[in-house]
Design a protein around this ligand. Sequence first.
Ligand SMILES: *Cc1c(COP(=O)(O)O)cnc(C)c1O
Length: 440
Amino acid sequence: MGGHPPAVHRLLAALEDAVSRLGRETVKGVIRDHLAQLRAVGAPFPEASEIIAQLQAKLAAMARPSYPPVINATGVLIHTNLGRSPRLPVEAPGYLALEFDFESGERGERLAPVREKLCRYFGTEDALVVTNNAAALLLLLAAHARGREVIVSRGELIEIGGSFRLPEIMEEAGARLVEVGCTNRTHLADYRKALSPETAAILQVHRSNFAMTGFVATPDTASLAQLAHEAGVGFWVDQGSGCHVDLRPYGLKDEPTVQELLAAGADVVLFSGDKLLGGPQAGILVGRKQALAPLRQHPLRRALRPDKSALVALAATLDCYLSGDIQRVPLYRLLAQAEAQLKKRAQRLARQLQAAGVPASTVPTQAVLGGGTTPGQGLASWAVALPEAPAVARALRLGEPPVVCRQEQGKLLLDLKAVFPEQDGTLAVAVRRAWAYEST
Ligand SMILES: *Cc1c(COP(=O)(O)O)cnc(C)c1O
């Protein structure tokens, strides 16, 4: 029995690698905590070499990157837990001309470049960018509807994962919610009856993360816009998804695009930057100058302004669309992967794995866009299937790089729809390693 633990300075000397990565004080703290835990157990102290190995394992976990890149084998393209849309690799080390006018050398307007691109791409008079879509709605309501009424259909009073609840945002903004219609059916006449001198706007909200079918009715956007404008109130659409291209070529149903909603008469359309726009987290508002001007003056705007890296990424994403090369945006490169290609990749991967002794097979699957964009709709895809083994799924998550997969029908599925083709080799190695690790 080792009655005494090894001296801290001896352990520190054996952990020089960790010290250089994490700092001496952090490693000292981990050593002290670990020794205290061993003491608390009351059993004899292990050998110094064993204690060092235990500490090395702990410190290795701490030295992992905080937000490591992940291989997304879940089949969910816009994955809430994996940063929604995959982002363009835009590096911006050091200083950048965020608020700088090159001509005069004076302070410039931070949003000017993305505003110009948004107006050009969506064909609108004006555009504004804030931190996210929830913030966009908050600012819109606070600027126009504080102490006034906003009419919303009962079929659109949504909650979105991560505690975005429409009625609560309205309350925070000081707007009074006027609910109209029924859960399944709301008619134009319901909106008309609810109009009053207190009305600031009619708000249409995309249902985003659920679908309603059966005996349902909603007035079309153009009639709602017309009703609002005849009454002299605003008409806003919280579209959420940022759908801006026809999704039918990708095998999805027709979704209203931002451009169509503007053409139908919306004064403002708001949406997220990291859903179907395929860019960074951002809340984007496009629409009429007159409707957006009060937001620009509002004190909340400063509190909600986007970070420079988001603006750089957003500008780069918009450049891809403006150049007509949608495939340069990672999300659309994934979406464009045809079922036949995915099947070929799955078969190749499965063969490689089988050759290494992993019992892999292939199965057709339904991938999804996710992120509350096209609820209830699947995308034809293929996966490599392994016998279900929670320990293997865990080993994959903890591997380097981490791989996140999904479990379905008693199998572990590596769905290829959200995996970039150039990641296939790395994925094969990761699966082989996780399988070998768990079966020895
Ligand atoms: C996703 C979504 C939001 C919230 O957007 P964030 O960017 O997460 O703040 C709001 N409204 C709708 C309709 C959405 O789909």
